[in-house]
Design a protein around this ligand. Sequence first.
Ligand code: IFM
Length: 465
Amino acid sequence: MGLRLLSLSDFGRRRSTAVSTFDPGFLWGAATSSYQIEGAVAEDGRGPSIWDTFAATPGAVRDGDTGAVAADHYHRFPEDIALMAELGLRAYRFSLAWPRIQPSGSGPADRRGLDFYRRLTDTLLDHGIQPWPTLYHWDLPQPLEDSGGWPVRDTAERFAEYAALAHGALGDRITHWTTLNEPWCSAFLGYATGRHAPGRREPAAAVRAAHHLLLGHGLAAEAIRGAGTRAGITLNLTHVTPLSTEPADLDAARRIDGMQNRLFLDPLLRGAYPADVLDDLREVTDAGHIHDGDLKRIGAPPDHLGINYYAPMLVAGSATPTQTAYVGSPLVRVADGGRPRTAMGWEIDEGGLLRLLLRIKDDYPALPLYITENGAAFEDVVAHDGVHDADRVAYLDGHIRSCAAAIDLGVPLKGYFVWSLLDNFEWSFGYAPRFGIVHVDYPTQRRTPKDSARWYAEVIRRGGL
Ligand code: IFM
């Protein structure tokens, strides 16, 4: 298995001609999320989510875009699954919309919401595609936010109740479950910077939200784990490098690594928050929201860890306070690593993925790892003979090679999901950035596999590059 003829120093290059192969059981998939593709926000009893409310707020989302129609996956999922099968995907990572299953965030399940996900799951299984659901990809039922949202402890309890309802209906046909997608974003973009729903700018609330999300993960995993069910979590992690060896830059790197990576990895995989991060956060809030016994529940080992990786971070100390999502650390700034960037402005560095995977292997107990998201937005060329996206192919090629190199170096990486199957609603950026390997013409909802989709199908068919 693994990468041939490639050394770590080669990762500065965009492409390589080296050969890399993966085990036949390696799980090749693609990922999406409910609010980003489903549309049908008022159908079959679905209740409002915080993203419906946020997107309706003037100025919150670019061009006033909303997820009301999105890629209309709610109605077109059979066509989308047929396309997945054509591409040879072995697994499909999607999320369940909590407001479809429990429209008000509590109480009994709505049968119509569960039926939709039953139909989706059964169609995947009929096509030989493994369903990989995430229980929460940011669409909190609005009534729960009205009662305080993730900064209040009760939301974690409600989440576990919802998880049990979803699992009760689908657990007979789905083995791998993910509780949360990227709790860092839910907590710090949602409650500190206000760039995501619910749009609050309350640093102390964001810190409490992070803890209650982790607690929600622990409680939900307890509720659904059992014979035949594996429960994991997905984090957005990055590789952080200091700009120099100056103490201020080293401290900035420690702080950002602490907030982005260790604040989540340590409680989940070591059963304790990192002491230095708790110290940094003391300026923002005390730790009164962390109750006895919480860390035991959070730290019950997950059955797998999903990693979403997009870009590395080069960071430096700042002489003046900056406004970032890294609450408790005002004197830090993100520096320019001088690499090519995607249409999101994110630096492209597949070496960061390899280093991140090796770091997780070295610093934490071994567990099955999956890249649950990796991909890029670029300006695609829509032409009469197809949709051309050579930059995306190069990006995916480099990152998949990093996966192979990591496996060669002993990382227990078991699968890779490209983000995303379809062009979709990119949160506060609306529909402008396109992450899909399948192009969506929004006025007609016509799907066109991009060159990257054909390329990825070939990678899967060959079991490597
Ligand atoms: O679109 C998002 C996704 O919802 C979560 N991870 C990052 C993606 C790209 O920004």
